[in-house]
Design a protein around this ligand. Structure first.
Ligand SMILES: [Zn+2]
Length: 135
């Protein structure tokens, strides 16, 4: 996941924001493919911002949906990528915070109040996102 990429892309900028450092970098080709297949409502402008390799946060405008949308990708990406699925199955990530569950879970971005709440935990068994709890 640490393959060097253009540092001025929107994704690099976004992942550099405090609180987002635990989010996964999703490859651009996967994003494009996902946009075509996942059936999420989106705007072409949003995709253009996300895929912008010359993004300048002090100059370029954003449309407000980029963070929300990007936050929806990682869990799907992880589960679709063999390497990440192995990581998941090996238990490299968090477990569900619910004591009665403790299912292996995934770190994801919430779909709203993104920056404030930082990373949340998605539990496939509860099918729910929950606040990150430090152990
Ligand atoms: Zn759970």
């Amino acid at each position: 996941m640490s393959r060097p990429q253009n540092n001025s892309s929107w994704i690099s900028w976004f992942l550099g924001i405090k609180g987002n450092e635990y989010l996964f970098r999703v490859p651009i080709d996967y994003i494009q493919e996902t946009f075509n297949q996942m059936g999420l409502e989106y705007f072409t402008e949003t995709l253009q911002v996300i895929l912008n390799l010359g993004f300048d946060s002090s100059f370029d405008c954003v449309f407000g949906d980029e963070e929300k949308w990007y936050g929806l990708i990682p869990a799907r990406y992880i589960m679709s990528e063999r390497g990440m699925r192995q990581k998941y199955e090996r238990g490299d990530f968090e477990v569900c915070p619910k004591l009665s569950c403790r299912q292996k879970a995934l770190p994801v971005g919430p779909s709203d109040v993104w920056v404030k709440s930082n990373v949340k935990i998605f539990c496939p068994r509860c099918n729910d996102t929950q606040p990150h709890q430090s152990h």
